[in-house]
Write a protein that binds this ligand. Sequence first.
Ligand code: F0G
Length: 370
Amino acid sequence: MPASVNLPAVPAARLGARPRLVERYRDFLPITPETPLITLGEGNTPLVHLDHVGQRIGVPNLYVKYEGMNPTGSFKDRGMVVAISKAVEEGAKAVICASTGNTSASAAAYGAVAGLEVIVVLPKGKIALGKLIQAMAAGAKVVAVDGNFDDALEVVREMGEQRDHPVTIVNSINPYRIDGQMTAAFETCDDLGRAPDILAIPVGNAGNITAYWAGFNRYEAAGRIAAKPKMFGFQAAGAAPIVLGHPVEKPETIATAIRIGNPASWKRAEAARDESGGLIETVTDDEILATYRELSTKQGIFCEPASAASLAGIVKLAAAGRVPGDATVVCVLTGHGLKDPETAEKSAGGAEAIIEAPATTAGVMKSLGW
Ligand code: F0G
């Protein structure tokens, strides 16, 4: 096809059927006429009713917001689309982040489409395989440091301050990330027709709980909701600085996404908890994995381990009689299950769970014990 051929424009009505995130919530975002319209189709993620789990735990109005359905498979895309667009608007040539994996995958993808140099600084050996591959596939410069996420973030903060090689930080300490991530709270309210009574969320660096709380506050101030939810945050037991009240030097959890010992938005997470009358508590790796499996095998929803912390927390509190049976509860499932294929395989029984058979009908039937 010659380069001069004009492709037909996408009809406006069809674009309107699934508006871009930044267009839909433009009034709440720092978008100006100069902000470039970068998009990979982020947002508009499903709010799924958990029939089985809700009945089992006695909370029938139980939902998950399945953020794994974002373009790079995590909620990070909501904030990254705004942070990268603003970086381009402000003339940046390079962006950098520390990450437990999802932020780096998202920065790599949005940085690629925006034509920016992307540097991601990761804790060596502690990034789930899918996330690492995403950053590499998008052409980001991947730096693995001998340390944990908190060490990597410290390096990135200092890199952002030096002037020899100007670089924009796109961690959630960048306010545009929080702005974009507020849209998940807006969507949740728009889908339910009201705010939930309880919003349950995994807490790592604490940007997302900060963003949801800001989002609910903004929506209330705009008259879109009459009441705000209680914010229920959950940290992994081996990486629970906010619950313990002090930094954790060597955080450990199977949920590598939230393996963080000194969250950047610590104070703001506490404010969300206290202002909403909510709580921040722990869930163990066993509780996370049990919920992770139940979501897959009973609800057909495949999330990554860190994501399951939100629902694991609600399951635990409901068993202790701490969730009213008539409450509308939304649990945020922050990332897709394919992010961490190694944990998924192990959790599902490993290679032994696969039945070997000859390539014949009789052989397959026999292998099934039919
Ligand atoms: N769930 C997933 C899947 C995550 O990747 C993260 C954070 C969180 C929950 C916690 O969110 O940090 O806003 O409290 N991941 C960051 C990263 C740290 O680098 O991808 P938070």
